[in-house]
Design a protein around this ligand. Structure first.
Ligand code: GLU
Length: 382
C-alpha cells in the first residue's frame, strides 16, 4: 500500500476533522511540562488544513498530567480526587497553550469541557453539538476535554479516545484522527511481540480486533488500544472514518501525507446518512408535530421547521427528543430532534420566531427542529 497516496486522498476528502491529542504527546513524560515546540508544529498542520477549507476540532488530553506535576502528585497513581484537583490546575495551562499557539495564527481557540452526560442525555447532547457547530461557523477551533474536575468515577469517560469519537458523532465529522504514541493497531502488542504485524485498514470491526488491542500500555494515557477500538466502533457507527497514527513526529499531519503509516477504520456509510438513520430508525418518537402546507413545502426544500408553521403538538417530550412530523392529512413527513419541550412547543406553535422570547421569557432557538436534526421520509440517504 502506498501510504502517501492513500493518506493524502483520504485527508483531502475530509471536510470536518476531529484531532485527538494524547497526553504523552502534549506533555513531556519525563519533565512533566508542555511540549511547546511540538504543539507549534501541530498548529502549522492545523493552519494548513484550514487553508484547504477544513474545519478542525481538537480533543486534547493532558490536563491531569500537567496539573499533577505542578501539585507534586505522581501522575501514575492518582486517586479520583487527585485527578480532579490536577485537572483543575492543568486545564488552565492546557487552554492557555492552545490559545497562545492558535492565536499566533489569528485563530480563536474555544474551550469546551464535556462530561459523559453531555453526550448521553439528549437535551445536553443537542446543546453541546449546537455550541460546537456555532463555533465552527464562526471560524473558531474548539478545544475539547473531559470536564475532569466534576466527573466522578461512574459518570466519566476517563479517556479521550471515546470522548473524541462522541464529539465526532455530535458534529457529524467525517474524519477522526487519534494522534497517539503508536502508529496504529498491531496483531499483538509490538513492544512485547516482535512478530506482530501492523494493520493498515479495518472495514469491519470484529472480536479479532479487540483481541489484538490487549490492555493499556502507556503510563500517561488512560486509553491504550482498547479504548481506541471502542472509539472506532463509535466513529464507524456514525459514518466517520478514523485513523490511529503516531504523533511522535513534528508536523504529524504533513508526515501522513508524506507516507507515515497508521490504521484506517473505514465505515460503509457517511456521517449524514448515519445520523439520519439514527434519528429515523433508532430513536423512539415521543410526540407528533403537525405542520401547515407552507411549512411542508419549506421542509421539502431543505429548510428547518419554524414554530410559525406548526398547527398542533401532541405527546409529551423533552428537548432533544425525537418527534414525528406530519402534514394536515396526518401523513408522516419525517422525524426530527426537537429543540423545545412539549409544553413550550404548545405555546409557541403558530408564532413567529421573534415572538418566542416574549412568550417564554427567554430567547431560545429560532427553529423548532433544525434541518440538521431532521430526516424526511424518502430523503433518508440524502
Ligand atoms: N481528560 C484527561 C486529561 O486531560 C485525559 C484522558 C486521556 O488520557 O485520555 O488529562
Amino acid at each position: 500500500m502506498n501510504f502517501s497516496t492513500v493518506n493524502s486522498e483520504r485527508l483531502m476528502q475530509a471536510r470536518r476533522v476531529v484531532l485527538k491529542i494524547g497526553s504523552a504527546l502534549f506533555v513531556d513524560q519525563e519533565l512533566g511540562v508542555l511540549r511547546h515546540q511540538w504543539l507549534e508544529s501541530l498548529c502549522a498542520d492545523i493552519v494548513d488544513m484550514r487553508e484547504t477549507g477544513k474545519e478542525i476540532i481538537i480533543v486534547s488530553s493532558g490536563a491531569i498530567a500537567l496539573g499533577a506535576r505542578q501539585l507534586g502528585i505522581d501522575p501514575s497513581h492518582v486517586r479520583l480526587e487527585d485527578s480532579q484537583a490536577s485537572a483543575a490546575v492543568g486545564q488552565i495551562q492546557l487552554a492557555h497553550a492552545y490559545q497562545e499557539v492558535l492565536g499566533a495564527h489569528g485563530i480563536s481557540a474555544a474551550q469546551i469541557l464535556l462530561t459523559l452526560d453531555d453526550s448521553e442525555n439528549r437535551r445536553r447532547y443537542l446543546n453541546a453539538s449546537n455550541t460546537l457547530l456555532t463555533l465552527l461557523q464562526n471560524d473558531a477551533v474548539p478545544v475539547v476535554n473531559e470536564n475532569d474536575t466534576v466527573a466522578t468515577q461512574e459518570i466519566r469517560y476517563g479517556d479521550n479516545d471515546r470522548l473524541a469519537a462522541r464529539v465526532a458523532q455530535m458534529v457529524s465529522a467525517d474524519c477522526l484522527i487519534l494522534l497517539s504514541d503508536i502508529d496504529g493497531l498491531y496483531t499483538a502488542d509490538p513492544s512485547i511481540d516482535n512478530n506482530s504485524n501492523h494493520i493498515t485498514e479495518v472495514t469491519e470491526l470484529s472480536d479479532e480486533h479487540w483481541e489484538m488491542a490487549g490492555g493499556p500500555r502507556s503510563s500517561h494515557a488512560s486509553g491504550g488500544m482498547r479504548t481506541k477500538i471502542d472509539a472506532a466502533r463509535i466513529a464507524m457507527g456514525a459514518g466517520c472514518r478514523m485513523l490511529i497514527t503516531s504523533g511522535r513526529v513534528e508536523r504529524p499531519i504533513q508526515a501522513l501525507r508524506n507516507g507515515a503509516r497508521g490504521t484506517w477504520f473505514l465505515p460503509s456509510s457517511n456521517p449524514q446518512t448515519s445520523r439520519k438513520q439514527w434519528i429515523a430508525g433508532t430513536l423512539k418518537p415521543r410526540g407528533i408535530i403537525t405542520v401547515d402546507d407552507g411549512a411542508k413545502a419549506a421542509l421539502a426544500a431543505g429548510r428547518s421547521l419554524l414554530p410559525a408553521g406548526v398547527t398542533s403538538v401532541a405527546g409529551e417530550f423533552g428537548r432533544g427528543e425525537a418527534v414525528r412530523v406530519t402534514d394536515q392529512s396526518g401523513s408522516e413527513l419525517g422525524r426530527g430532534l426537537i429543540a423545545y419541550t412539549s409544553d413550550e412547543a404548545q405555546v409557541i406553535m403558530g408564532l413567529r420566531s421573534e415572538a418566542i422570547e416574549n412568550i417564554l421569557g427567554y430567547r431560545g432557538r429560532d427553529e423548532l427542529i433544525h434541518r440538521n436534526d431532521l430526516t424526511l421520509i424518502g430523503h433518508g440517504s440524502s
